[in-house]
Ligand binder design. Structure first.
Ligand code: ZN
Ligand code: ZN
Length: 332
């Protein structure tokens, strides 16, 4: 089997959930930034193996393969669909209803491709055997017939609605539940919502639908792994003297204490306000502080600040000290 999710993550089938998680994170970190295809297959593998119910379904599916690595039944085609969801949907989870265009079996010919009432004729090139035999270099060689693709039959009266393909592109509504914490680029595999395919002995089954998620960016928040990140302005005086500020979370604003002498770029953490992921602890809200300097000052404020600045030892001590320490470090 080519795309064995266990093999992609370098694991055996007896592996633990913890090991799957670790292997995924390690491989994703090691993947070069431009290795889109690799990232996509890692994400696909983890989206299935990382969730208990999906992994169980996948393990069951693997039983359909024999030891030689070949599928015992005909290959189930996977129908793909790109789904855009908003940031809130990826945070809280959401129910998505959308239309997929699926190659459904043609109703007029039942997928056979020839006009009802007519029958396919024996292929004139191979005489209905599906194979061509010729002599090359004094050796008899047998190959699959090009004209009938090995079927031995050609259709003379093509079914009009499907043009002989046996399939008609048909829109179908699908409903998918997106779990909380779903990520941009993640794939959700929806069993039995793909295109129909012949499963042998006249039976028709439906393959899976692969839904690729695209998360729209949020004006306030961004995502870093499990953490929700938000840049929050803090008035200069609050940053210097310390105090409380209101910080937005996905569930509404919360009060956060700003310590005395907070500087721009400093990070405050609100625990448990990040993303939820299966098998992981909930992430945090990471508040990046941006100290705001007032743009217009009254005459009195300017006087007070001039006075403040002239006081010995009350300059912007910390940033300056660390700044000059760095300069000395570099030009030593
Ligand atoms: Zn047809
Ligand atoms: Zn033929």
């Amino acid at each position: 089997m080519q795309n064995d999710y266990y093999r992609i993550l370098g694991l055996s089938r007896q592996t633990t959930a913890q090991e799957i998680q670790e292997a995924f994170e390690r491989l994703l970190q090691q993947a070069p930034p431009d290795a889109q295809e690799l990232r996509r297959s890692l994400s696909e593998a983890f989206s299935v193996l990382g969730e208990e119910s999906q992994r169980a379904a996948y393990d069951e599916y693997l039983h359909g393969f024999d030891d030689s690595g070949h599928e015992s039944g005909p290959a189930a085609p996977v129908l793909e669909h790109d789904l855009e969801i908003d940031f809130e949907g990826s945070f809280f989870g959401t129910q998505a209803d959308f239309e997929v265009v699926s190659p459904e079996l043609c109703g007029a010919c039942g997928g056979r491709g020839h006009e009802p009432g007519t029958a396919p004729a024996a292929c004139p090139l191979c005489g209905g055997t599906g194979r061509l035999t010729f002599v090359r270099g004094g050796v008899r060689v047998s190959a699959t017939c090009d004209q009938c693709a090995g079927n031995g039959a050609v259709i003379r009266d093509l079914c009009k609605p499907c043009g002989g393909t046996g399939r008609v592109s048909t829109p179908r509504r699908v409903s998918v539940s997106v779990p909380p914490g779903a990520e941009d680029g993640q794939m959700l595999r929806v069993k039995g919502e793909g295109a129909p395919f012949p499963a042998g002995s006249g039976e028709t089954r439906r393959g899976d639908l692969a839904v690729w998620l695209h998360v729209r960016p949020h004006p306030l928040f961004s995502r870093l792994g499990r953490d929700l990140v938000c840049e929050t302005p803090v008035p200069a005086v609050t940053a210097m003297l310390g105090g409380e500020i209101l910080v937005p979370t996905m569930a509404g604003p919360v009060k956060v204490r700003v310590p005395v002498g907070t500087i721009s770029g400093q990070v405050l953490t609100v625990p448990g306000q990040g993303f939820t992921r299966p098998l992981q602890a909930t992430g945090d809200l990471v508040v990046k502080i941006a100290v705001e300097v007032p743009v217009s000052l009254t005459k009195r404020q300017k006087e007070l600040l001039a006075e403040f600045s002239s006081e010995d030892g009350h300059g912007p001590q910390r940033p300056r000290t660390s700044f000059w320490a760095k300069v000395r470090e570099i030009f030593r």
